[in-house]
Design a protein around this ligand. Structure first.
Ligand code: IVH
Length: 693
């Protein structure tokens, strides 16, 4: 149904519902502020949940009551196909750096010279912790949050509004009817237009939680909180961002109308009054000596903070002076970032070992003479991958400089080559997995070397869990917790072992009663007849996702035919490129794979064979479709699955062989390409009609 018709059919909310919703929004926003910004809630979680639940119920009953600033809108909107670009009204500048006291003092002397004021004058400076996160710009029109964007090149960024809406410390509406009980503060008008700038970041604890979660799922972990924040903010699915608990400190303003701010300190006061979160460590200093004193003293304290700070941003306070100084090559002349050097130390590499992650990624790790860096004893440092080792020419026995900054994993910066005596040994990436002995493989164009063993213990939990998961064998009751228990009890060593479990074995596990055990067994039994595409997908062959598994099943019909296919035969299958073909072929020649396949067969796993509808009978028989833009009723995956089901293929790029391009909203270059090539373009509605939906 078109959006307009949907709204038309909705009930007009009565006045009391409208008033109640407005009151609830304000009330919830107030408690959000107490919780997420002041970090001191004044009601219980249960009371808060009650308010939120009441608003959600009201909005569900009267969808017209949903406003963009409603706290219910923070959970994350529908996924997007891509980000739009956003033009900053005023450019987002970057900062020049100072790496020493001299450089910091030189910056201040230069500013004083340009302002024609004696250096002895005690100018005011605002010293702010330099948060190691990601700069964003938030636009408010008449107090309503309308656009949130990344910095991009300073002029154009990416529109990440839907993601930033999920950040709880970002106010969605600056107009409010509540005041803080215990605080008398300076009041500021609500600007008619304002770009607020700040830093989005992740607290250490949240960073660790995300990484733990990712490694449990077999996904690559983030190297540091900054990368994790950047990755979270640039998610196409805002509901993922909403689960990442990002935070933001506001520290600057771009273009603004409707309020004048005479100094940086006043600007920070105004931001606080508008209920943004500002950093509590910020100090107003008088004179360069007190700035330097702050930088020194803060270095010791920053280690204890719950987020990464990599320096101090020193800003000349007066707006008049700021304007007089202006900016040069995209950096203001009135501010500088004093950067703390990452803490370094010198030690010797005793060995280089290889760690196998849950996804099979091999990471070389330096084992070093233990040494203290930034208050912590360190004896291991990551060497990232083969290319990094080559680039830095790191050898076993080398004396190296290592460093650690914030939550960053310790790393080797450089080799002290003068210390070499010729006995150093070059490192070779192993061609067999150090854990299970299967082949390792480095795909062309990738930096990571991986173990491809299906029974590799290092990846086993992930492999077995994937095997049982939805979309794969879909074995209900066999989730990550049970897999972990089974592995710990030594009851499974590969995915096929699931089919050899007995009731007694399952009941011997903690918290497992007879009922749950027999449910799990029944689900395992039932999965023996899963359709072939799901079994292929369940094997966890690199590069073989659900779609490719479907294509392979349709092409080969049986597992045996697929297993015996040569690389050339695999390459000849539509949608299967050479990289995927090579990966499949190598997978099936591994001894471990052969053993697991045999065990599956003996257990009676007999996937249902696939018969593809005859081409001419299927609705989209042999047709090639490309989707572009945002679809309204289907996700991209659903649309593509539908095409497949009906005998067609969905591909991601338009060529003259494309039969139809289905253009959703805000379709971009693919639509243009279709028009250029004269490919037929249809709307989502026409597509649905065509497939009889
Ligand atoms: S002010 C014109 N204040 O540092 C001034 N930046 O190297 C623009 N940053 O892009 C920035 N904390 O991402 C400012 N308190 C702070 C900051 C800060 C972190 C980041 C920001 C900026 C980068 C410049």
């Amino acid at each position: 149904m078109a959006e307009a018709t949907k709204l038309f059919n909705q009930a007009e909310p009565p006045d009391d519902a409208r008033r109640r919703a407005e009151w609830l929004r304000q009330e919830i926003n107030k408690h959000n502020y107490y919780y997420y910004v002041l970090d001191s809630p004044i009601i219980s979680d249960a009371e808060y949940d009650r308010l939120l639940r009441e608003l959600m119920d009201l909005e569900q009953k009267y969808p017209r009551l949903v406003t963009p600033d409603s706290p219910t809108q923070r959970v994350g909107a529908e996924p997007q196909a891509q980000f739009r670009t956003h033009d900053h009204t005023e450019p987002m500048l970057s900062l020049a750096n100072a790496f020493s006291e001299e450089e910091l003092r030189a910056f201040i002397s230069r500013a004083c010279r340009m302002l024609k004021i004696p250096e002895t004058e005690q100018l005011e400076y605002v010293c702010e912790p330099k948060i190691d996160g990601l700069a964003v710009s938030l636009t408010y029109v008449d107090g309503i949050f309308t656009v949130g964007a990344t910095r991009g090149d300073g002029y154009k960024g990416e529109d990440i509004t839907a993601n930033l809406r999920t950040v709880k410390s970002i106010p969605l509406n600056l107009n409010r009817t509540w005041e803080l009980a215990e605080k008398s503060e300076r009041k500021f008008p609500i600007p008619t237009f304002i770009e607020v700038r700040g830093e989005v970041f992740l607290e250490h604890e949240e960073f660790r939680r995300i990484n733990e979660d990712r490694s449990e799922k077999g996904e690559p972990t983030f190297a540091n909180p900054r990368n994790a924040a950047a990755g979270s903010v640039r998610q196409l699915d805002p509901s993922v961002t909403s689960r990442r608990n990002l935070d933001m400190f506001a520290y600057a303003v771009g273009y603004v109308e409707g309020v004048t701010l005479d100094s940086q300190y006043e600007l920070l006061e105004a931001l606080r009054f508008w209920r943004f979160k500002t950093n509590p460590e910020i100090r107003l200093c008088s004179g360069v000596d007190s700035v330097w004193e702050f930088c020194r003293e803060f270095d010791a304290r920053r280690q204890a903070l719950t987020y990464d700070v990599d320096g101090v941003v020193v800003k000349i306070n007066s707006r008049r002076y700021q304007e007089a100084l202006g900016s040069v090559s995209r950096s203001p002349r009135w501010a500088i970032a004093y950067k703390y050097a990452p803490t370094q130390a010198i030690t010797i590499i005793r060995d280089i070992v290889v760690q196998v992650g849950r996804t099979g990624a091999l990471t070389p790790v330096a084992i070093m003479e233990p040494v203290e860096v930034g208050g912590v004893i360190v004896s291991r440092a990551t060497l990232h991958n083969e290319d990094e080792i080559k680039r830095k020419d790191v050898r076993i026995g080398d004396t190296v400089v290592i460093q650690r900054a914030g939550e960053v994993i310790p790393e080797v910066v450089e080799v002290v080559k003068d210390k070499r005596d010729g006995d150093e040994v070059e490192f070779q990436m192993p061609s067999n997995c150090p854990v299970c002995g299967a082949d390792t493989e480095r795909a062309p164009g990738e930096a990571v070397t991986r173990c491809i063993g299906i029974a590799c213990p290092a990846q086993l939990a992930q492999r077995i869990y994937h095997f049982a998961s939805r979309g794969a064998m879909d074995i209900e009751h066999v989730g990550p917790a049970l897999v972990e228990q089974l592995l710990n009890a030594g009851l499974v060593h590969d995915p096929a072992d699931l089919y050899y479990l007995t009731l007694d074995q399952l009941m011997s596990l903690d918290r497992m009663g007879e009922k749950s055990a027999s449910n799990a067994l029944a689900a395992i039994e039932q999965s023996k007849e899963a359709p072939l595409p799901r079994l292929i997908y369940a094997l966890g062959i690199r590069h073989v996702g659900e779609r490719t598994a479907q294509v392979l099943a349709e092409h080969f019909g049986t597992l045996d035919k697929l297993r015996n296919a040569t690389e050339e035969e695999l390459s000849a299958v539509m949608d299967v490129g050479p990289v995927v073909a090579a990966s499949i072929a190598r997978f099936f020649v591994q001894e471990e794979t052969k053993m697991v396949m045999e065990k599956l067969r003996k257990a009676g796993v007999k996937p249902k064979e696939v018969t593809r509808p005859a081409k001419e009978e299927a609705v989209l028989g042999g047709k090639k479709l490309v989707f572009t833009g945002e679809l309204q009723t289907l996700t991209r995956d659903e649309a593509e699955a539908l095409v497949h089901e009906l005998g067609g293929t969905a591909s991601s790029s338009v060529s003259k062989n494309t039969d139809f391009v289905v253009a959703g909203e805000r379709a971009g270059s693919k639509l243009a390409k279709a028009n250029e090539l004269g490919v037929k373009v249809i709307t989502e509605e026409e597509f649905l009609r065509m497939v009889g939906k």
